[in-house]
Design a protein around this ligand. Structure first.
Ligand code: HSE
Length: 339
């Protein structure tokens, strides 16, 4: 499977590391062999080699301009991203550039360019599925290509696959959960006495936060995931314009955290999604609530269904390898669908 990686930051590099470190295991267990033939970044150039790029060397130059990648016969540098996507001999485009939740651009155009040139698309970028799920799904269906977006909600923890595949046949009535790793990490660290700013810096250093972490702390990343869930499970929200009320954790002080602790409670940034609308807001949960036990960068989602009642999944919500795995899961699904 020949891949183009659009975006080569935390998540793109995480996927590359997994492909390097698990190559033998993936070949032996799943007959899966992947080759990165193209890498495109917004600021650090692009690389394309139809014969495949060397992952070790890619990772070695990943913090610098890709110009530092060594020369070899057939290597093309600095093709425009659009040209690389359209013209590369590749099977899949992996979109892992920073999420733009307002317009989804430029990632949305990249998705159409990839589908239009016969490539499957898998993404960690949350913009395209939150803004244009229906149109993208149609374009993929028309071209007989696959659209993978598991990594957009709860990193590689299979929150979407659980709802779409394992729970198919149940009606999902409501979704509730903790869907942002950064804020859950910050709140957990604040409980141990750490200041908000320091906890945020740690979340950035650990690769949990968005490129612009205000999207995390002000609730917009969680809101984007709520919209993705609404789009994918409820066909968008019944109100045409969708209704979503969003509050983040920025105003929660150390004193608030301690007051909750003294009362046997914990602050959590909760998301609720129903066919009628979504809400993202910090709430105090009693320690007896299972969601109160979900700490650090872990996330949780509870699907309320007609046949099973509540089904809850807890797992990693963010991180380099954790999100890289979400992309790998989709690549393996592409392979299963196209043996
Ligand atoms: N910034 C996101 C989070 C990354 O903290 O949850 C995973 O989508």
């Amino acid at each position: 499977m020949r891949l183009i990686l659009v975006g080569f930051g935390t998540v793109g590099q995480g996927l590359a590391e997994i492909l390097r470190d698990k190559a033998a295991e993936l070949r032996a267990h799943y007959g899966f062999e992947a080759q990165i033939v193209g890498v495109a970044t917004g600021q650090r150039g692009t690389l394309y080699h139809p014969g495949g790029l060397n992952i070790e060397q890619l990772l070695a130059v990943s913090q610098a301009h890709l110009d530092r990648y060594p020369d070899s016969l057939g290597l093309q540098r600095n093709l425009s991203i659009e040209r690389l996507i359209r013209e590369a001999q590749a099977d899949v485009m992996v979109e892992a550039s920073p999420s733009n939740l307002q317009t989804a651009q430029p990632a949305l155009d990249y998705c159409y360019a990839a589908l239009g040139s016969g490539k499957h698309v898998v993404m960690a970028n949350k913009g395209p599925i939150s803004i244009a799920y229906r149109e993208l799904a149609q374009a993929a269906r028309r071209g007989g290509r696959k659209l993978g977006f598991e990594a957009t909600v709860m990193a590689g923890t299979p929150a979407l696959r659980l709802a779409l595949e394992a729970l198919a046949g149940c009606r999902i009535l409501q979704v509730k959960g903790i869907l942002n790793g950064t804020t859950n990490y910050i709140l957990t660290q604040m409980e141990s006495g750490m200041e908000y700013g320091e906890a945020l810096q740690q979340a950035q250093a650990l690769g949990y936060a968005e490129t612009d972490p205000t999207a995390d702390v002000d609730g917009w990343d969680a809101a984007g995931k709520a919209v993705i869930l609404a789009n994918v499970l409820f066909g968008g929200q019944s109100d045409e314009h969708g209704t979503i009320a969003v509050r983040g954790i920025r105003e929660i002080t150390q004193a608030d955290v301690q007051a909750a602790q003294a009362a046997g409670e914990r602050w959590k940034l909760l998301v609720r999604v129903t066919p009628e609308g979504s809400i993202v807001k910090p709430v105090r949960l009693p320690l007896s609530d299972p969601l109160a036990q979900v700490g650090g960068a872990f996330n949780a989602v509870t699907y309320t269904t007609d046949l099973l009642g509540d089904v809850t999944l807890v797992g990693a919500g963010a991180g380099r390898l954790q999100t890289g795995f979400g992309l790998l899961a989709d690549l393996l699904a592409v392979q299963r669908a196209n043996p």
